[in-house]
Design a protein around this ligand. Structure first.
Ligand code: ATP
Ligand code: MG
Length: 586
């Protein structure tokens, strides 16, 4: 029986939105969730209206919506009313540029206030918003701007000169580039306009466009972990699920301080770094800098963060930096920790208890699902190593594709299957850009197939096995990369690990592990044997790695996911494929 941890917020601090899981599942339905937002059935649903207008109507206009922290700890705050004014101005700027409803507006910006203005203004205007990761080089940018038919781009002067100028003439559809100046005085590059100037010339009065549930609101590109990144569209209705999960899973309450560490260049940074939390009336903390353990602990303490949503890679880096650093600070305001993006090892969940006095709550979803689908809930027991249970309103099963192209839903527990979701939740993606066949192929027999394998126990908790592309078959066994990685993580020297299957003449495939060591450990034969012995003892000879290789760093996507496909390609001498999202690349 797995260890269970229950951490409820100290009595009196908040009432959790979800206390009784079974009752929440019984009582929840999407039409009611929609009505809770827009009221009458025929009202027009718009993400920006939910994030701004509704908050102001509820009396939160003068509350800080977002607080941006720069390198020198200067804080720039914007209230809900100010943000609404800026969004309205930008919507009017779009109208003045003739970028009519439906046209795509992209940002290539760091985590700055202008990104929020442009994102919300674009949604308010009824246009499509696409936030591009600012570290992309010219080629990945070109592909995405072209694929997304981007009409308007907002970026900074230096990003423009380095990345956009070299490709501008290959993008006839990109009509307007607006520059957020970093310093005053210099001449703007040719064929660009001054963002601030356009904004100050525009009125802040703007009526939110009468969008429908099915109008496209967001364009996101996936992380590119398994192959070429895909363009995924989400409709305005996604706000219903993003709001519901911000309440039920992240347990957000008005006026609380919330920190989502994901960059807005990825779906998490928009769904839970912007839209969902604002619809709950929180104050967002936005750090403009990159990961740094000391800085992060300081933010958690000084910004009085109540709820924190982060990712396994970051948690593992904090573990690697040592718990003593966390102990230098106290976190009396912190009450709920959650994680997403990669499987969260039991070790990491438990480390949360050690460092913060509470476990990390894993959540599972993907760009395509538009919102959290499977989760550990704040007031429910956490089973370390499990992704949790299906969110109210979500029907999640495990399935196996049959040889005849159909689908078999697995009835018994503890069988491995692919995560299958019953369409009908409002944030389900509405398409893969320019790839309708692939979109169609994601649905089999009336289910959306996620491409991730898992197991489920009798209580409905899901346990991640691996991505369908990453699982290893050895001597007739299906080996879960996550299980092997989690076991290796229990060795005191191991900081991060990725395993892949390598060809084996007898077993078909054998396991090879790539290991990043914790500070203070030296790679070498002796340590290799020690870790190998540890793995054999815990996993048995069939599942334990046959080979171990030590690496300074493991290849990751910019959103922090281990790129096993790249390790595999290099190991087998195969083409490396699309590397546009590989960390450290330009
Ligand atoms: P691509 O589809 O381009 O290969 P990607 O799937 O990594 O990239 P995202 O949509 O950003 O792009 O990530 C979703 C995927 O991340 C999920 O399908 C799953 O494999 C992984 N993931 C997310 N959360 C979890 C979790 N809690 N546990 C295990 N895996 C997770
Ligand atoms: Mg994917």
């Amino acid at each position: 029986m797995a260890e269970r941890i229950l951490h409820k917020s100290p009595s009196g601090s908040v009432l959790h939105h979800l206390t009784d899981y079974a009752a929440a599942r019984r009582e929840f339905n999407w039409p009611a969730a929609r009505r809770a937002l827009v009221g009458g059935e025929d009202s027009r649903l718009n993400m920006a209206r939910e994030a701004l207008d509704r908050q102001i109507e509820c009396g939160r206009g003068s509350q800080v919506a977002a607080r941006f922290i720069d390198r020198d700890w200067n804080r720039a705050e914007v209230t809900y009313t100010e943000l609404k004014g800026r969004a309205g101005r930008f919507a009017n700027v779009l109208a003045s540029l003739g970028a009519g409803r439906g046209a795509t507006v992209a940002t290539l910006l760091g985590r700055v206030p202008e990104l929020f203005t442009v994102g919300l203004g674009t949604l308010e205007a009824g246009n499509v918003f696409c936030s591009l990761f600012s570290a992309f080089g010219p080629e990945p940018l070109r592909t995405r701007l072209e694929l997304g038919h981007v009409r308007v781009l907002v970026t900074t002067e230096s990003l423009y000169r380095r990345k956009v100028a070299p490709i501008r003439n290959t993008l006839p559809e990109l009509r307007h580039v607006l520059i957020v100046r970093e310093s005053s005085g210099s001449d703007l590059p040719q064929d660009t306009a001054d963002f601030a100037e356009l904004m100050s010339g525009a009125s802040q009065e703007h009526e939110t466009a009468p969008t429908r549930d099915t109008d496209i609101a967001l364009l996101h590109f996936t992380s590119g972990t398994t192959g070429r990144p895909k363009g995924v569209t989400l409709n305005h209705a996604a706000v219903i699920a993003q709001h519901a999960t911000s309440r039920l899973v992240l347990d957000l309450h008005p006026a609380e301080v919330f920190w989502c560490t994901a960059d807005p260049g990825w779906v998490t940074g928009i769904a839970y770094g912007l839209i969902g939390p604002l619809t709950c009336g929180v104050t967002l903390v936005v750090d403009r800098e990159e990961f740094d353990p000391r800085r992060w602990y300081r933010i958690l303490e000084e910004e009085r963060v109540n709820v924190w949503y982060t990712a396994p890679t970051a948690i593992r880096m904090l573990i690697k930096a040592g718990t003593a650093l966390a102990r230098e600070r106290t976190f009396p305001h912190l009450r709920h920790l959650a994680s997403v993006g990669e499987p969260l090892n039991a070790e990491a969940v438990l480390w949360g208890v050690e460092a913060f006095g509470m476990p990390f709550h894993d959540t599972w979803w993907q760009t395509e699902t538009g919102a959290i689908m499977i989760a550990n809930f704040a007031a429910c027991e956490v089973l370390p190593g499990s992704m949790g249970r299906a969110v109210p309103g979500i029907e999640a099963q495990l399935a196996r594709r049959t040889a005849r192209g159909g689908l078999e839903i697995l009835e018994s527990f503890d069988e491995t299957g692919e995560i299958a979701l019953k369409p009908g939740w409002p944030s389900m993606f509405s398409g893969y850009l320019e790839d309708p066949e692939r979109y169609q192929a994601s649905f089999v027999d009336g289910w959306y197939l996620a491409g991730d394998l898992a197991r489920r126990d009798a209580e409905g908790y899901f346990w991640f096995i691996g991505r369908a592309d990453d699982v290893i078959k050895s001597a007739g066994h299906l080996i879960s990369p996550f299980e092997v990685e989690s076991t290796l993580m229990t060795h005191p020297a191991v900081a991060q690990v990725a395993v892949i299957g390598i060809p084996d003449p007898i077993a078909g495939q054998a396991v090879k592990a790539f290991i990043e060591l914790k500070d203070g450990f030296e790679p070498g034969e002796a340590l290799n044997r020690q870790i190998m012995g540890h793995a054999r003892r815990l996993l048995g000879a069939v599942v334990a790695p046959r080979e171990i290789a030590f690496k300074e760093t493991l290849p990751r996507t910019r959103s922090g996911k281990l790129m096993r496909r790249l390790l595999r390609a290099r190991e087998l001498g195969l083409p490396e494929g699309d590397l546009s999202t590989l960390e450290g690349r330009e």
